[in-house]
Design a protein around this ligand. Sequence first.
Ligand SMILES: [Zn+2]
Length: 476
Amino acid sequence: MLRPFLLLLLLTTLLFSASAKHELDGAKKNLYSSSKDKQFRAYDTYKRHYIKALINGDVKTQKRCLDGICIAGKKLRIDVSDYEKKLSKLESKKTSQQSSAQKTKNSPATKTEKIKPVKSKKEKNVKIRSRHALSGFTWEGNALVLDFDFTLKAKDVNYFKLRPEGKKGYRYIFDVNAIVYKKPVIKHKEIKRITISQYKRDTIRIVIESKKELKPRFKRDGSSLVITLGVSKVLAPKAKQIPRVTKKNKLIIIDPGHGGRDGGAVGFKKYLEKTIVLQISKRLAKLLRQEGYRVKMTRDRDKTLSLKWRTKFTRKNKPDLFLSIHANAVPKKNAHKARGVEIYYLDPKKGSKRSSRLERKENAADYKAMDSSISKLFSATQSRAKVLESNFLAIDLGQNVVSRLRDKKYKVKDAKVAGGNFWVLVGATSAAALVEVGFVSHSKEVKMLINKRYQQAFAEGLADGVDQYFMNKERR
Ligand SMILES: [Zn+2]
């Protein structure tokens, strides 16, 4: 009797680990996707498997999952500091843990020993968290005020927007580190649904579903979370928005790529990169100025500029944000395949095959002629903090552009976000991104790119992204 039982146990273990591997491989793929939805799924998968690995005493999987949780957390702006601590603890105990994990597999006695400390830690967490609860809500005009029985800190609230492809409407999600005893029924005549649920043991999730696009703003006010929905007001054109005070102090440099003798990429029917990017850049500059930002452009007409001049100009002006606008192209044989928005941030450590080809293209002809001082500056100015900020910026830009374009019924795929080595971004001392608006080599995409309505929607999406970036930055 014993033998078939053991066989069954072995089989289940094998099957389980095979499906776990499959799921974790899928999570890894999603983790590096530019879609927030997918990143979120990856985050959830890693968390689930982390718990399982904890129970099984599988340290290797624990580390893999913690690693995934931390990367996803940073992308999604979820506070993962606890997991980071756990990961560094595991890594420091690497040798001793590995040998004990090996034992665990063979002897059930050690297994129970290992689970114990984990359990007690969990119980402790529950006790601390259980005091943090949602106590009620009120409406103040279009502002939803959620009251908690503790003072909210920045890390207690995480906001993000979901707009899954193929689904109608918008979902605005607030995760709060708290619990809810009695779920309140919240209604608003212009909003499809507002739900509150206990999403995780210590996290409640507030989901605001709307058919129309909203621009929720939120602030922490002691023990209250004030979410301003701005229902009908916000649906008015962007330009009519009241500029926020903080915007007035923000300088944004827009750098339309190429110009003059340098036409940039030559596309289908000889459409030029330099012309398209200037048109979109000018629309963006106008929108941002209307909103109250200060904007400077490296060029506002067809003019030849050296890369060196661009970096110098940027360094001198010290912008709060730098955007270089470009358009992409691939050789003819691949022209029908390559399309879509790509956003790059400067990351000296990264650079995929794809982006290195692009790097050569965008780094311009005078790239080799640049003196070593810029090269030194390159490594000196690239702090990890700036890389991370630029990564956040690129995500916000990509998401908002795609969201805005889909809103206008354009079929676009999710924006690609990646790190790379682009010289033009070196001059910026703060967050910077290089936007590839699309492929001029694609016969259909280039027709959209020269279309005024498309250009306007694109610029609006970028402006939304800039807004969202600064809004999130204030909370970091
Ligand atoms: Zn370019």
